[in-house]
Every structure is written in structure tokens, then in C-alpha cells.
Ligand binder design. Structure first.
Ligand code: DAK
Length: 260
């Protein structure tokens, strides 16, 4: 598929998606949301992809939010469709079988932070800036910010971020657990790639079932979550990878997982 606003590059088992509207600081317009949605559909069906990375092009922005100029022109019906596009994409990223890492290389504001939060792991560069400035514009965070931010950093901190619209730098975001690691601007993509490669070297079915158990468990009580975990645990026992993984351990050899 040929895209206009995103670059999709496959490096062995890793797909790198770069949101590519640097003149608008990679703001998410309808076309970009639709293209990201299509890319997720392709990746979901591609069993050779084991890990996905999402980043922004240019020196200073991951995604500076939903596209304000485009939103300004919308009728209420178009705004509803835009909102549905955004929700569909964020949920699709979360539900993608493969893990998704956000390499946050600058501004992650509004819809940009919401996109990063829909990813499974967030790594940031030192110049990254996080925030939900929607109340400055007279709107409410609309791509899941009121829901995912409290789950990640707790109600008190999330409420402060959403109501004051004050941005956080990378170190503050790290301290509150919003990002896992902080690197220099130069290191960020290489380090993200290293983490992706590490995950890609693990048993792919086990990786995907682990992601699934984490998200399913979020909406379950502990006993139901454990029951789901037991099911996916059992499922891995049918896989070649599990058999080869155990065999290699017992024979003190290295294993190369096939995703079967
Ligand atoms: N949309 C469109 N264009 C943007 C943009 C954005 N979000 N952010 C930046 N740009 C554009 C600027 O207009 C400028 O374009 P030109 O003037 O050069 O044509 C270019 O990018 C460079 O920006 P600046 O010149 O402003 O660059 P600075 O370094 O001076 O400032 C900044 C960078 C990120 C601090 C500043 O651009 C800024 O404050 N941007 C807006 C950030 C923001 O408020 N983001 C949140 C957007 S609201 C909903 C669904 C979703 C949402 C809401 C509701 N429903 C379902 C109802 C989501 C809302 C949002 O994300």
C-alpha cells in the first residue's frame, strides 16, 4: 500500500511507522488517521511482523495533536466521524496482536499523547514534551486521554495534567511511569530498535498471548484474569516454539523461534 502521510518500513521482523507531516508537527488529520488504521490492518494479517514501532518525522515532534486547522472546518457530523476514526485507530493499536512501541521524539500533545498511550511501551527522547492541552481549545481530550491517562499515572496526576493543560518534560513523564525510558535525541531510535529486536527474538505466539492477557486482565477481576492466563498458558503448550524452547533449555542450546 502506498501512503501519503506515513512511511512504513519493514526491517526483518520489525515494522517502523513514521508519521510524516513535519510541517504540521505530524498533527493527525483524517487522512493520517485512515492511513494508520490501514497500516494496522495490514500488520495484523502479516505473521512475519513481530514488533511495531511508531515515531514522528523531523527533529521536534512525535505528534502535536489532532489537526486543529482541519478540525476547525468540521461540521458536527464530520466531527463525529473524525472522533470515530480516532477511537477506532487507538483501539486497533491496543488490540493489535503484535506489541507496539512508541518512540516519542518530541511533542506528544493531545491526540499525540493519546496515540502514545495506545501503544504498549513508550520510550522518549530528552526533548519530548507530553500534555493534554485540549481545555485550552475548549474541548475535551477525545481519543481516549481521559481514560488511558488515569490508568497509567493515577487519577490525581491525570486530573492535574488534563485540567491545567501544563506540559511535562521527559524526566517528569519518566518519574510518573508514563514513559519507560529516556534517551538522547540521537539514541532514541537505535535504542527503540534494540528493544524491538529483543522482543522480536522471543517466542512470537507467547509474546502476543502475553499482550492479550495484560489488556484482557485490565477489564476483569483477579480470578477471571487468572482463568484467562491459564487458558493462554495452556495454548502455548501446543506450539512448536514451546517444544523447541523447552528442548533447547534442557539441551543447553540456543533456540530460534519460528512463530509456530
Ligand atoms: N494541528 C495543526 N497544525 C499544527 C498543530 C496541530 N495540532 N500543532 C502545530 N501545528 C502547525 C502550526 O500551525 C505551524 O504551522 P504553520 O503556521 O507553519 O503553517 C507548524 O505546525 C509549526 O508549529 P509552531 O510554529 O506553532 O511551532 P512551535 O515550535 O512554535 O510550537 C507547539 C510548537 C506544539 C507548542 C505549538 O505548535 C502548539 O501549541 N500546537 C498545538 C498543540 C495542541 O494544542 N495540541 C492538541 C491539539 S487538540 C476529539 C478527538 C480528538 C481530540 C479532541 C476531540 N473528539 C473526538 C471530540 C484531540 C484534540 C487535540 O489533539
Amino acid at each position: 500500500m502506498v501512503y501519503e502521510n506515513i512511511l512504513v518500513e519493514k526491517r526483518e521482523h520489525i515494522t517502523l511507522i513514521t508519521i510524516n507531516r513535519p510541517k504540521a508537527l505530524n498533527a493527525l488529520n483524517s487522512k493520517t488517521l485512515t492511513e494508520l488504521d490501514q497500516a494496522m490492518d495490514e500488520i495484523a494479517l502479516d505473521s512475519t511482523v513481530r514488533v511495531v514501532i511508531i515515531t514522528g518525522s523531523g527533529e521536534k515532534s512525535f505528534v502535536a495533536g489532532a489537526d486543529i486547522s482541519e478540525m476547525n472546518e468540521k461540521t458536527p457530523m464530520e466531527a463525529r466521524y473524525f472522533s470515530q476514526l480516532g477511537h477506532k485507530l487507538m483501539n486497533k493499536i491496543e488490540a493489535l496482536p503484535q506489541p507496539v512501541i512508541a518512540a516519542v521524539n518530541g511533542f506528544a500533545l493531545g491526540g499525540g499523547l493519546e496515540l502514545a498511550m495506545a501503544c504498549d511501551i513508550r520510550l522518549a527522547s530528552e526533548n519530548a514534551l507530553f500534555g493534554q492541552p485540549e481545555v485550552n481549545l475548549g474541548i475535551v481530550a477525545g481519543f481516549g486521554g481521559t481514560q488511558r491517562l488515569p490508568r497509567l499515572v493515577g487519577n490525581g496526576r491525570a486530573t492535574e495534567i488534563l485540567l491545567t493543560a501544563e506540559p511535562l518534560d521527559a524526566n517528569e513523564a519518566y518519574r510518573m511511569g508514563l514513559v519507560n525510558r529516556v534517551y538522547t535525541k540521537e539514541e532514541l531510535l537505535d535504542e527503540t530498535m534494540k528493544m524491538a529486536q529483543k522482543i522480536a527474538s522471543k517466542a512470537p505466539i507467547a509474546v502476543q498471548l502475553t499482550k492479550s492477557a495484560i489488556y484482557k486482565g485490565e477489564n476483569m477481576d483477579l480470578i477471571s484474569g487468572q482463568a484467562y492466563e491459564a487458558e493462554v498458558f495452556a495454548e502455548t503448550f501446543n506450539t512448536e516454539d514451546r517444544k523447541n524452547g523447552f528442548k533447547a533449555f534442557l539441551e543447553k542450546k540456543q533456540v530460534v523461534f519460528q512463530g509456530k
